[in-house]
Unconditional design. Structure first.
Length: 206
């Protein structure tokens, strides 16, 4: 008797099937953009499903993470194909309905590429999300408590000096590191919490 599939795996496969159907049925670029945000946005359906990966066992995480990346690639690929098809159809319809306009600009060709640093950051994030990690983010303007006190920075620590830290008139400051995000994450989530500050530091440089 075959073992029953993991519920998260079932959700990912169902999400892929549903996304393919609704993307194929999209008739406007506006609808397509809404679908992109709804499925791949920070608060999209894929992110909601991946939020449960922290509950998986160490043996299941690589397999489910690989499946999640596959689902993401399929959805993203179909979105791009549908966008290209809709843009082409829009131009063809406009040309068919109008007389020849010699002043019409040529088809825009995007120039440039993603910055190498951002490209590497994206690859690192994809790898660790595939392994079951969660990327946490926090405010760049922090309170003294989260930036120093909760991390046991003594009152005379050099980092508290105004020459090393940019303070605001209300007493808040521009955060000097990413460890304050760990404090906020631990307050909002039940242990165990396996925190990786280097990943947070890399993402914070975006």
């Amino acid at each position: 008797m075959l073992p029953s599939p993991n519920p998260l795996e079932t959700d990912l496969l169902a999400l892929k099937t549903a996304a393919q159907q609704v993307i194929a049925a999209a008739t406007t670029l506006e609808d397509l953009e809404q679908l992109r945000v709804g499925y791949l946005g920070k608060k999209g359906q894929l992110s909601v499903v991946l939020g449960a990966m922290g509950k998986l066992s160490a043996e299941e995480r690589p397999r489910i993470g690989a499946l999640a990346n596959e689902v993401k690639d399929v959805i993203q690929g179909q979105l791009e194909q549908s966008k290209t098809a809709l843009e082409t159809a829009k131009i063809e319809a406009q040309l068919a309905s109008e007389t020849l306009d010699v002043t019409m600009p040529g088809v825009f060709a995007p120039q440039g590429r993603i910055h190498p640093i951002n490209s590497i950051i994206d690859r690192i994030v994809d790898i660790f999300v595939g392994l079951g990690y969660t990327v946490a983010s926090g405010p760049e303007i922090e309170t003294d408590y989260y930036n120093f006190e909760a991390l046991n920075f003594l009152p005379d620590h050099p980092a508290r000096d105004m020459q090393d830290t940019l303070y605001l008139p209300n007493g808040d400051l521009m955060r000097t590191h990413t460890s304050n995000v760990q404090i906020r994450y631990m307050q909002a989530h039940q242990p165990p919490c396996e925190l990786w500050p280097l990943a947070a530091a890399i993402v914070a440089t975006r």
